[in-house]
Design a protein around this ligand. Structure first.
Ligand code: ASP
Length: 354
């Protein structure tokens, strides 16, 4: 009897190890592949003290080190690490933007890749995310994430944000929604998400339309969709570009000066975005300089320095309407628009559509 029982036990153990093996093999084939493209920022930043949340060095840790620090990623996806840059996002420029976007399009053409995560400094994260939202040519998820606290800080948010970003990028539900921004349990749309606080953890807010969803127990829950067109629905093809047209932003304020516009024109700006007061209003002090810039062929777009709300048509103020894009995102769209056309009506149409 004892022998019989032992025999059954051995058989059961053998059976269970075969089943576990099969389950693991099944899990292995079921796990999607997500490419993590790292560009630097606080998520890759380190400080001398674990209490430091300012005065640290961004863009220190590599893509592989970030991934290795979150073992839970392994259950969610097969993660491929790639370093595209390692800078604070204040130093992001058009060259890195183009390099990043081209690489994402290349990676997404691979059949075995389900989605992409970009790790990025939070300061200009929304600009990169919106740029990608306009130039990525795939329905596969592209998720941009970052962190407000360096990797060495007590309560660092990077590991959790990275896990959530990879989870969303691996999710079939995230397909076709445009580029997403995931931080702090929230899923935002690249077009509307914006950094609202210089220090706080919950800094990313959706300027209009709310968030697209959130993560509950690491499960993405989508609540809404993006109305404006994006990714495969835009005419922007950056595959052959190695630079972007120069577009500057000029800020509106009491007693402002026309010479800021003159300076932009003198430096060969092809476009100027006005961060106007209120609903994109321009003062009498700058109007002559704005009109002169337009006469010289510069495309001027009005936006609001409030960072949200729509800019209405108003004959008193020259310039195209930036819809509800904040100035920094209006600059991204104007750069791309100018790669396609100089026609004012066509550019206005793009601002209404994307
Ligand atoms: N200065 C940093 C950056 O944008 C801030 C951050 O990542 O949170 O790179």
């Amino acid at each position: 009897m004892k022998v019989f029982n032992a025999g059954i036990a051995v058989a059961l153990i053998a059976l269970s190890s075969i089943t576990t093996g099969l389950a693991q093999a099944g899990q292995e084939t079921a796990r999607p592949t997500v490419a993590v493209l790292a560009t630097g920022g606080t998520i890759a930043g380190t400080a001398a003290q674990d209490t430091q949340t300012t005065g640290y060095k961004p863009g220190v840790l590599t893509a592989s080190a970030l991934i290795a620090s979150v073992p839970a990623l392994d259950k969610v996806a097969r993660v491929q690490a790639e370093q595209v840059a390692n800078v604070g996002s204040d130093n992001m420029d058009n060259q890195v933007l183009l390099k990043l976007a081209k690489r994402i399009n290349e990676v997404l053409r691979q059949d075995d890749v389900s989605g992409v995560v970009v790790t990025h400094g939070t300061d200009t994260l929304e600009e990169t995310a919106y740029f990608l939202n306009l130039v990525v040519k795939s329905d596969k998820p592209v998720v941009v994430t970052g962190a407000m606290r360096p990797a060495t800080a007590i309560g660092a948010d990077g590991p959790s944000n990275l896990l959530q970003a990879v989870t969303v990028a691996a999710s079939p539900e995230a397909r076709g929604r445009g580029v997403l921004v995931v931080l702090n349990d929230r899923i935002g749309a690249a077009r509307t998400i914006t950094k609202t606080n210089a220090n706080a953890l919950d800094t990313f807010k959706s300027s209009s339309g709310g968030y697209l969803g959130s993560l509950v127990n690491q499960r993405p829950v989508f609540e809404s969709t993006v109305g404006k067109r994006h990714t495969t629905q835009t005419p922007f093809d950056i595959s052959k570009l190695d630079s972007l047209p120069k577009v500057d932003i000029v800020y509106g304020y009491q007693n402002d000066n026309g010479y800021m516009y003159d300076a932009a024109v003198a430096h060969q700006a092809k476009g100027i975005v006005i961060a106007g007061v209120g609903a994109g209003s321009e003062s009498n002090f700058v109007l002559p300089a704005v009109r002169k810039a337009i006469e010289q062929g510069v495309v001027v777009v009005r936006s609001s320095r409030t960072g949200s709300g729509y800019v209405p048509a108003d004959e008193a103020y020259p310039g195209l309407l930036g819809d509800d894009l904040n100035p920094q995102k209006a600059r991204i769209l104007l750069m791309l628009a100018l790669t396609v056309t100089q026609d004012q009506a066509a550019i206005q149409d793009m601002f209404d559509t994307y």
